[in-house]
Design a protein around this ligand. Structure first.
Ligand SMILES: C[S@@+](CC[C@H](N)C(=O)[O-])C[C@H]1O[C@@H](n2cnc3c(N)ncnc32)[C@H](O)[C@@H]1O
Length: 201
């Protein structure tokens, strides 16, 4: 039996370099993702937040993310944290037993940068007794579209949850799983719909 957790917190803020004048100095700007999508932050007029949490702004602090990782490592046998590619930095250094998986999103919306962002990392700590390949192997990449139709920014597709559970070696008859940031409820719902785990095929 393993105690498992899936954490999908608001992502850390987006940092960028800007020049106010073409020949001016570079300055660093910070844009809160947590308050934009889940709090009282500024956002474009045509954008609505996914939901509201009064303490969403705490996720603008890198130390809060690190504290989450340490809490999960202390309290659970296996766990996963969803984040953004730039967000990985706030969690480092990762415990040696962690791996980083890549969710590739073919339908991601273009941003303003030349490089279109099409993936999101998941930091995974597989329970110690399941880290070898005896029970089968799970790819550390997943290609699955973002469920934009669900209208909740950050909602995960079922395939994402099932991939993460497979990575953790989830056994529905033995394990408990805590969905730390339920949001739309998509992850909790997908846990209850888990197909036969890879280890039992
Ligand atoms: C990325 S979303 C989770 C999405 C969810 N996994 C899904 O599939 O729908 C993050 C969630 O964390 C909530 N949240 C924000 N600040 C929080 C806080 N300080 N404590 C707990 N939850 C918070 C947000 O309101 C939002 O529901």
């Amino acid at each position: 039996m393993s105690r498992l957790a899936i954490a999908d917190p608001p992502y850390p803020p987006q940092l960028a370099e800007r020049r106010d004048r073409v020949d001016g100095p570079l300055r660093i700007t910070t844009r809160s993702r947590a308050r934009r999508w889940y709090g009282d932050g500024t956002r474009p007029a045509d954008e609505t937040p996914a939901d509201f949490h009064p303490a969403a702004g705490e996720w603008d602090d890198p130390a809060r993310h690190r504290a989450l990782l340490e809490q999960l490592h202390d309290e659970f046998d296996g766990w996963a944290i969803a984040t953004s590619p730039d967000g990985l930095e706030v969690y480092r250094p990762l415990p040696l037993s962690c791996r980083v998986m890549a969710w590739i999103k073919p339908n991601s919306i273009p941003g303003g940068h030349r490089l279109k962002s099409t993936w999101e990392p998941v930091i995974v700590r597989v329970p110690e007794s399941r880290q070898n390949r005896r029970g089968g192997q799970v790819n550390d990449t997943l290609i699955a579209g973002t469920p934009y139709g669900r209208r909740f920014a950050g909602a995960k597709p079922d395939a994402w949850t099932h991939w993460v559970l497979d990575a953790l070696g989830y056994d529905p008859d033995e394990d408990s799983v805590v969905d730390m940031f339920p949001g739309s409820g998509a992850v909790t719902a997908a846990i209850s719909r888990m197909p036969i785990p890879i280890d039992q095929l």
